[in-house]
Design a protein around this ligand. Structure first.
Ligand code: DAH
Length: 353
């Protein structure tokens, strides 16, 4: 019996030595450690042995079993290592290959200008205030002192929205300028203290829409930045000082500016502000149409009717307002000749900024 166990051990170990793959390994396990393997037969037969032989045979059988089990575990670990080595060799990664470059995005040129405007006015103590893009005729025009059918409306052809509701003199439209935000803002500030409304210093940026023929000089959508300051004893001198300082911070410390009389229904007096042409330095060139000056914004003292419509008593409060076009300023700065580039999403244009 003991010799038979030696034999079982020998056969099993030499069989294991020639195992090369996983399937053969599993087959080996069934053949030598499985239910009907010769070794298990020995265990099965232990009961039939004479009492004196039993302990020695049993001990030896257990020894062979442990030995075969550990040989199996060792072999299976060795094969696992071998497979791993093989995979590492054959699936090798060349980490020295150059990677695929990630294309870096950038801010739209109009956004860059907008952010610069925010920064400059923030330094001067103005808060950014947002106002809606879809307006009523009342806010877009009437409360800003444009009565129905007033000829000043001619300057701002509008996209009226047929909301399926008969609104008479108060149709819905896409705002043609950021100025209606003045009324919303004044009313909101005034509501906090109707007897003594607080002073206001805000800018109102955002998209505006006009029913325009699209050309190199006019788009049907564009940004504006509106500004509004309301308080006690605010004068035209404050308006000029603030906007001249803005122009210097935006276009360079040496830039000269001038104010020309103009007309807007919601300001009185009204002006347009020009900066000295930085292309020709004021001599006259095609960019400034030979005038030496570039127009950058409209402005004026808030009209008493508008102050009252916003909840501010025009006998106690005064204020100034202004409106500028960031796309237009970007065009002047970078000498872009066609405003249509801004929203046509041509990467050849956008990648230059
Ligand atoms: N809302 C005017 C426009 O779109 C621009 C403007 C002019 C705004 C004068 C103002 C202002 O606040 O005072 O043409």
């Amino acid at each position: 019996m003991l010799e038979q166990l030696d034999q079982i051990e020998q056969t099993a170990l030499s069989g294991l030595a020639s195992v090369l793959d996983e399937q053969a390994l599993q087959d080996w396990k069934v053949a030598h450690l499985g239910r009907s393997s010769p070794l298990m037969k020995v265990f099965d037969g232990l009961g039939g042995l004479v009492k004196e032989e039993r302990p020695a045979i049993g001990r030896r059988a257990n020894e062979v079993k442990r030995l075969l089990e550990s040989a199996f575990a060792e072999k299976s670990e060795a094969m696992r290592q071998l497979a791993l080595q093989g995979a590492l060799q054959s699936e090798r990664l060349d980490v020295t290959l150059p990677g695929r470059p990630l294309r870096q995005g950038r801010l739209h040129p109009a956004t860059q200008t907008l952010r610069e405007v925010y920064r400059i006015f923030a330094e001067m103590g103005f808060q950014v205030y947002r106002s809606r893009e879809v307006e009523t005729d009342e806010f877009n025009f009437q409360l800003l002192n444009f009565p129905p059918h007033h000829p000043a409306r001619e300057m701002q052809d509008s996209f009226y929205i047929d909301a399926g509701v008969e609104r008479g003199d108060n149709p819905i439209l896409l705002r043609t300028h950021t100025s209606p935000g003045q009324i919303h803002a004044m009313r909101e500030f005034a509501a906090t203290n109707p007897e003594n409304p607080p002073p206001i210093r805000i800018i109102l940026p955002g998209m505006c829409f006009r029913y325009e023929q699209i050309t190199a000089r006019s788009e049907m959508q564009f940004n504006q930045v509106e500004g509004l300051a309301v308080g006690y004893n605010i004068t035209f001198g404050d308006l000029k000082g603030t906007l001249s300082d803005f122009a210097r911070r935006m276009f360079g410390q040496n830039v000269r500016s001038r104010f020309r009389a103009a007309h807007f229904p919601f300001t009185e007096p009204s002006a347009e502000m020009d900066i000295e042409c930085f292309v020709c330095g004021g001599e006259g060139c095609p960019v400034c149409k030979r005038t030496g000056w570039l127009e950058i914004l409209g402005c004026g003292m808030v009209h008493p009717v508008v102050l009252r419509n916003g909840g501010y008593d025009p006998t106690r409060y005064t204020g100034y307002a202004f409106g500028m076009g960031p796309e237009r300023m970007t065009m002047l700065r970078h000498r872009i000749e066609d405003i249509r580039y801004f929203w046509s999403n041509d990467l050849r244009f956008l990648e230059q900024f």
